[in-house]
Design a protein around this ligand. Structure first.
Ligand code: ACO
Length: 331
């Protein structure tokens, strides 16, 4: 097990005010039912951004994380933002957040790795800290999935929600020397990209009247295929992170899986031999908030006292790309 370089000094979340329940789909003409959605995904409701943006949600999460870590914006060296739904395609949402926070001496950039993006971002930030780039990092995931969701496609629109989560990352030193990232694992398989993607609207096929008409700028997903790969990859990623930390499932105090679907979560926990009472689930209240799902969950479990200093947490994610990632952290 490696000596931790970076530890989590504070967490926060930014959640849109508006709640959309499964019953609200009838009002927008979607033929579905609360029972179908709960049975297939475990989702009861999700938060949908109305006036909020990826920047405003991410900034709110960051402010809370900075307050809990006892740092102010002027102390932030680097801001890394994971998002699949940047407010604008250029520049990065991270610089909007940098400006919003007044983090005047911070470098800022986005990472695009879909639902796995926040674990990728944490790993990148830790590596930058190890190489001496900075001492205080904001690692944020900010997602407005509702903006890229096809609200006429019942097979996808019932699954997603909006939100943001953030942590302040500081060096594991002094009385925090044993706290931090104990292992990290990341993988990808771009040969499967077309199973979950936005076909058009990028630089190859720029946004146009045709793209708008055929709705090909929205998320398309082969649900069953994604499900199969998600279960397999998240199970393997749990093994890799546990191996890296020289631990087994029995050593873990809490598993925080990406919150896409309760059935994927249950299968992942079973594979890692972690009982469901040691698995955090909030997909029922948020739906799939892409890369924001793990940091939102982390903030909730710390706030509620379910975990505390010294707790060992396994986090695991899977998303478009495909990408997948896992990490063991000691709080
Ligand atoms: N309400 C009612 N019926 C629906 C709905 C809906 N919202 N959506 C689809 N159906 C119907 C389909 O039309 C189909 O009907 P048919 O049999 O008459 O053709 C039937 O339900 C079954 O559809 P499937 O897509 O085969 O349903 P499945 O059991 O696979 O469940 C689901 C669909 C929930 C999307 C599942 O495949 C899944 O969870 N996949 C994982 C995808 C995921 O989580 N993606 C998130 C992004 S990636 C990530 O974050 C991991």
């Amino acid at each position: 097990m490696k000596r931790p370089v970076a530890c989590i000094a504070g967490t926060g979340r930014g959640i849109p005010a508006h709640v959309m329940t499964n019953y609200d789909f009838a009002a927008i003409g979607i033929e579905t039912s609360h029972e179908w959605i709960v049975e297939r995904s475990g989702i009861h409701e999700r938060h949908i951004a109305k006036s909020e943006t990826a920047c405003s949600l991410g900034s709110e999460a960051a402010r809370q994380a900075m307050q809990r870590a006892g740092v102010d914006a002027g102390q932030i060296d680097v801001i890394v933002v994971s998002t699949a739904t940047p407010d604008r395609l250029l520049p990065a949402t991270a610089v909007d957040i940098q400006a919003e926070l007044g983090a005047s001496r911070a470098a800022a950039f986005d990472i695009s790795a879909a639902c796995s993006g926040w674990l990728y971002a944490l790993t990148v930030a830790e590596g930058m800290m190890a190489s001496g780039v900075g001492e205080t990092f904001l690692v944020i995931a900010a997602e407005k999935m509702s903006a890229i969701t096809d609200w006429t496609d019942r097979s996808t629109c019932v699954l997603f929600g909006d939100g943001a989560g953030a942590v302040v990352l500081k060096r594991s030193q002094g009385k925090h020397a044993s706290q931090g990232i104990l292992s990290a694992y990341m993988r990808s398989d771009g040969t499967l990209a077309d199973l979950l993607y936005r076909p058009n609207g990028g630089a190859t096929t720029p946004f146009s009247a045709e793209v708008l008409a055929d709705r090909s700028h929205y998320v398309k997903m082969s649900g069953r295929e994604v499900f199969k790969h998600a279960v397999r990859s998240m199970a393997d990623a749990c093994d890799r992170a546990l191996d890296g930390a020289k631990m087994t499932g029995a050593d873990i105090d809490l598993l925080i899986p990406h919150q896409a679907n309760i059935r994927i979560i249950e299968a992942t926990a079973k594979h890692a031999s972690i009982p469901m009472d040691k698995v955090y689930v909030n997909v029922d209240r948020y739906g799939n908030t892409s890369s924001a799902s793990i940091p939102i969950a982390l903030d909730e479990v710390i706030e509620s006292g379910r975990v505390h200093e010294g707790s060992r947490i396994l986090m695991v994610a899977f998303g478009a790309g495909f990408t997948w990632a896992s990490m063991v952290v000691r709080l």
